[in-house]
Each structure stands twice: as C-alpha cells, then as structure tokens.
Design a protein around this ligand. Structure first.
Ligand SMILES: CSC[C@H]1O[C@H](OP(=O)(O)O)[C@H](O)[C@@H]1O
Ligand SMILES: Nc1ncnc2[nH]cnc12
Length: 290
C-alpha cells in the first residue's frame, strides 16, 4: 500500500506473555500516546499486515515489566480507540484446567469467571455517570467465529471453540486447592489478564475476542509438572509462531467496517439523567468516544 502511514488502524492486537512484537508487519511506525487514564503499557506499533493497517500493544510493556495487576487496561483500551481501532484480538498465555487443554493447544474462550480481588480499575464510568453494560457474553461472538475459522485455515484445525477463562489476581499462581476448586466449578483455562480488559472493551463498544495459548496444566495434574513462569515462557516461545500465523490469517480476512452489536453496547446502559451529566468532567472522563 502506498502511504499506508496515513491510514487509521481499525484492528488492534494486544500481545500477552511471550508476544511482545509482531515481526511480520510492514511500514511500521511507533506511537507514544497519553490518555485521561494515564499511559498505556508501552508505545503502540502501527504496521501493515497483508494490506491491513493494525495497532499492536504488548500488554505487559516492553521487556515484560508490568505485572497483571499493574496493566493499565483502561489506558490501553482508550489509546487503541483513539487511534481508530474498532476490533481487538487479545492474545494470552493460560493454564489448562482439564486434560483436553494440553500445553500447545489454541483456545478461543467464550466465558470469563472473575477471581480478581477488585484492585484493578474496571470501568470507564463513575464520577456521576452510571452505566451497566451487558457482560452475558463477554467476547464478540462474530469475531470469535472469525478467529476460529482463521485458526483452521492457518492449519490449526484442533483449535478449541469455547472455554471458560478463570481470571485470578496473581501474580502468584494458584494453590493446588484453588486449582482443584476451579476444576470442580467446571472452569477450563486460567490466566490473570482477561479481567478487566474484556469489560473495558465492551464499555468502549469494541469487538473483542481472545486467542489463548495453553502453556501448562497449572498445578492440579498428578502426572505433569506444576506451573512455573519459566515453563510458561518456554512454551510460549514454542507457540508464538502459531499465534502469529492465526493472527495473520484473521487480520487478512476480517472486514473491520461491518456493524456489530458490540458497537451499540452502551445503548440503554447509562441510567444517569442526561441533564445531570456535565459536558466537561476532567475527573471522570468516561469511555473513549470511538
Ligand atoms: C508469565 S506467567 C503468567 C502471566 O501470563 C499470562 O499473561 P497474558 O494473559 O498477558 O498472556 C497470565 O495472565 C499472567 O499475566
Ligand atoms: N497456570 C496459570 N495460572 C495463571 N496464569 C497463567 N498463565 C499461564 N499459565 C497460567
């Protein structure tokens, strides 16, 4: 594409543990942004992938310096919106809570159970404006389907369609008792970052789907080693190529302009009397308008 640099990226990719860059981008530029919610995790790379302009942001920052509780999820979502992003692919490393979620497996989750401790700012609202968006289906169903189709076309035919992601606070991994408890609840995979990222994407009316790469069996499995950070990093190094392949296919075949119910998530969600909402609220800037 000639002069791709003037084109706004409609697709965003948030890279998780082990995915700190997308080496297959052309015409790359790096952008430092500030938002009313502070700085995002790091500079945002904008580049072209098979003709499509996208924005890439490593969730834990360059060199993995932000722990899950420190990830500035509001600033990240806000910044991506400001750049023009309407659809987000969120990549994450997860533990498998059942036999079928073996290390190396690709999963496109459809549900989340929040086991974080309420420490993370999890909404763009408050400060005089009350909104309740639906989180019944926390991921964009159309984008999930697209991701699954892309994984299959990229040769990853064993991608798992649908799983419940248990989000813990971390940074410590779970105790064995917790791991068994989550299994007894029927939860499928475990990580530390889908909360509040998915909810903030919904409040920003973005389409948001996750691609989870299983790196370990947490600590419930009698015949497998207990998870360590090193084990996650090593498995991610082996799996990161798969993530890039799926992303490449997903981005190349996605129509970022199509309408979706995610784009209307705030319709009917704000309960506050509009006459009482001040136009300028520097202390509570609200969601990005994208
Ligand atoms: C490096 S082990 C735990 C770490 O990995 C996952 O990160 P992400 O979701 O960003 O891939 C997990 O959620 C923890 O943050
Ligand atoms: N077992 C696990 N628990 C929490 N987060 C993880 N990320 C990768 N593996 C994990």
């Amino acid at each position: 594409m000639i002069n791709a640099r003037g084109v706004r990226p409609r697709i965003g990719v948030i890279g998780g543990s082990g995915l700190y860059d997308l080496d297959m981008l052309d015409d790359v530029e790096s952008i430092e942004l500030d938002t009313p919610y502070g700085s995002p995790s790091g500079s945002i790379t904008i580049g072209t992938l098979r003709g499509t302009r996208l924005a890439f942001l490593p969730r834990h920052g360059l060199g993995h310096r932000l722990s899950p509780s420190e990830v500035p999820a509001r600033a990240n979502i806000y910044a991506l919106c400001e750049l023009g992003v309407r659809r987000v692919f969120a990549i994450s490393a997860v533990g498998g809570l059942a036999e079928r979620y073996a290390p190396g497996t690709l999963v496109v989750p459809d549900q989340i159970v929040d086991r974080t401790k309420g420490l993370r700012p999890a909404t763009f609202f408050g400060g005089g404006v009350v909104a309740h968006v639906s989180m019944a289906d926390p991921f964009c169903q159309r984008q999930r389907e697209h991701l699954i189709a892309a994984a299959k076309s990229a040769g990853h035919t064993d991608v798992i369609d649908g799983a419940t992601y248990c989000c813990i606070e971390g940074p410590q991994f779970s105790t064995r008792a917790e791991s068994h408890l989550y299994r007894s609840w029927g939860l499928d995979i475990i990580g530390m970052t889908a909360v509040p990222e998915a909810a903030l994407a919904r409040e920003a009316q973005l389409c948001y789907a996750g691609l989870a790469l299983v790196t370990d069996y947490d600590c419930w499995h009698e015949n497998e080693e207990t998870v360590t950070a090193d084990m996650v990093a090593q498995t991610m190094r082996r799996n990161v190529r798969a993530a890039r392949e799926v992303l490449e296919e997903a981005v190349a075949t996605l129509d970022p302009s199509g309408d979706c119910e995610c784009r209307h998530a705030l319709t009917g969600a704000v309960l506050t009397d509009p006459t009482l909402i001040a136009p300028d609220r520097p202390d509570s800037p609200g969601p990005p308008s994208c």
